[in-house]
Design a protein around this ligand. Structure first.
Ligand SMILES: Cc1ncc(COP(=O)(O)O)c(C=O)c1O
Length: 401
């Protein structure tokens, strides 16, 4: 998509606005499947926490993706979008046993990351096969908050506890049909990924009934100029080789699964916001937009640096701005950033706004969530209405005590 495509959308649908480009999602999906095309049974479970709009799910399902979910509500959304339950994997962390039971009864593949849950589930439902999420104790991920495979992480069952897993399996006679890991997002180095994969292969040797190995995700996409991107093609070549060798050693066909979120949808998203004020202080020039971390929390929460372009003045002389939101708290999108000269009323475009942006939006400061638009074959489709005052109050019960 170009600035010429995006700008008219703000006139049609208003600001702030999320726009998603279907062609980019398709390109990324094809890159991934092509990189692993030598694997006979490949499964891409889209991590729908990244962006769970029903129309986005439909785009991915149509391409052959399955779904990775972390809550029963995501499972319900996935089914509502047309995904058969058996094509969904549920990877919860810290949810109630009742929720896991309910999802299992729908026919969804369960992935368990806790010994006590494993024992409870295996005792009660020995005939329902489950996947096990291991914690490989690998430090991977672009930021402390998104590194989830290390020894202090709350995710997964430690590889050192495999003897305990095996004892539970033996005692309950439950069937383990998959083994899984997810070490973090934004993994910088594919060697770290390959190293963690070796740990998964080693762990897998302990289980005789496996149908799939799930390597999670963590593929990095570039956010700003000069950023590293996961070399998916190289990872494809190296991991395929190892996977095929392992499959032979294991003695039966296995499915290789991934669960990418960011890789599939990050670059497809654009967040458009209008500049309400330009404010000069003694030390800086602020550009204050009609949005805040309630709509796009990544810069404040993860320190992520989304590239920002001024769509209204793309050829303008670059100046330094600190781009801030309207939330009544420190609310900074970008510090001291070079952007083409900004005038009040200009439209700024934040790139990489597909993953973990709208899906993490809130009503903080009682603001409405933005509208969402899909862009396909040079046509736009409204796929999420801008909220209204009615949405803010619809679940509130006023008592006057
Ligand atoms: C279990 C699990 N799988 C997959 C993902 C998707 O990761 P990414 O968006 O980096 O591809 C996440 C992200 O939080 C996750 O927790």
């Amino acid at each position: 998509m170009t600035a010429n495509d995006l700008l008219p959308l703000t006139e049609e649908y208003g600001c702030p606005l999320y726009v998603y480009d279907v062609a980019t999602i398709e390109r990324q999906y094809q890159r991934l499947t092509t990189a692993f095309s030598k694997v006979e049974h490949l499964r891409i479970n889209y991590a729908m926490k990244a962006l769970s709009n029903l129309s986005i799910l439909k785009v991915l399902l149509k391409m052959g993706a399955q779904l990775d979910t972390v809550s029963i509500q995501e499972v319900l959304l996935g089914i509502h979008a047309g995904c058969p339950p058996e094509k969904i994997i549920f990877t919860p962390n810290g949810v109630s046993f009742e929720e896991i039971e309910e999802v299992a009864k729908m026919g969804v593949q369960i992935n368990i990351d806790n010994l006590s849950v494993l024992e409870h589930f295996g005792t009660k439902y020995p005939t329902i096969p489950v996947c096990i999420r291991i914690n490989p104790h690998v430090m991977a991920g672009g930021n402390q908050n998104i590194s989830v495979g290390h020894i202090d992480s709350k995710f997964g069952i430690s590889i050192y506890q495999i003897p305990h897993i095996l004892r539970i399996v033996e005692n309950t006679k439950m069937k383990i049909n998959g083994i899984h890991m997810h070490t973090g997002s934004d993994i910088l180095d594919i060697e770290v990924f390959l190293y963690a994969s070796e740990i998964l292969f080693d762990a897998a040797k302990n289980f005789t009934d496996l149908e799939f190995l799930d390597f999670g995700s963590g593929f990095k996409v570039p956010y700003k100029k000069g950023d590293i991107e996961t070399n998916i093609e190289e990872l494809g070549r190296k991991l395929t080789k190892r996977f095929l060798a392992f499959e032979k050693e294991y003695g039966r066909p296995l499915t290789l699964a991934f669960e990418p979120g960011k890789f599939l949808v990050s670059e497809a998203g654009y967040f458009l916001a209008k500049v309400n004020v330009v404010k000069q202080t003694t030390s800086t020039v602020f550009a204050g937009i009609d949005s805040g971390f309630n709509h796009l929390i990544r810069p404040m929460y993860y320190g992520s640096q989304h590239t920002i372009e001024n769509l209204s003045n793309p050829k303008g002389k670059e100046r330094f701005y600190t781009v801030v939101g309207y939330i009544c708290e420190t609310d900074t999108f970008a510090n001291n950033r070079r952007i083409a000269e900004i005038t009040e009323g200009d439209i700024l475009c934040f790139k990489n706004a597909g993953a973990y942006c709208f899906s993490m939006a809130s009503n903080y400061n009682s603001r409405y969530k933005p509208a969402e638009v899909l862009w396909k074959d040079r046509k736009s489709y409204l796929i999420g209405k801008r909220e209204t005052f009615e949405d803010l109050i619809k679940n509130q019960i006023v008592v006057d005590v």
